[in-house]
Design a protein around this ligand. Sequence first.
Ligand SMILES: [Fe+2]
Ligand SMILES: [Fe+2]
Length: 204
Amino acid sequence: MSSPRARPLSGEGPVCLREPTDPAWAALAVERFDEVLADHAHCEKKAAANALSILQAYPEVPGLPAQMARLAREESAHLARVLELLEARGLQLGRDRGDRYAQGLQDLVRRTQPERRLDRLLVAAVIEARSCERLALLSEALPPGPLRRFYAELAQSEDGHQALFFRLAASAHGEEAARRRLDALLEAEAALIRARPIRPTIHG
Ligand SMILES: [Fe+2]
Ligand SMILES: [Fe+2]
């Protein structure tokens, strides 16, 4: 299944989601925006932490350390901006309740190298692609104004990240092997999305 919305904004790279988000999700996200905002802050925090974790694990991949350092900075900047939005609304961040969608994908990461490195890079690419899709949908559902522009800007940024992670996977493991494994992960991701009810969170 495909739709224009399930594709990366830029059309760059092969990370094309197979299951578009239920159209009812965006309305729910706008209605319960405070909950989405807190969940979103935790997503950005985990994206920043994951970039540093990948840098720590795979410094041998050419270009990866500098790119992950830049990514961690960018995701931390997203986190700071989302925290400002929470504060402006008088909301507390609260504890991270976990992300069963992302956990379901992490469970697919194989244990032994070099498969593990390939899987970690590709799972990150898939999560970025889904984030990009959801943030773009949220932006379109919000009324015109700064918040709508903020989410459109973030969607663009996450789009760049899905392409970055795929490029790193392809350069370290070969384009063909990366595409083959991505294919399997995208199928699994679509099944996870179909299996989860829509919730006021970024991924569900
Ligand atoms: Fe981000
Ligand atoms: Fe990102």
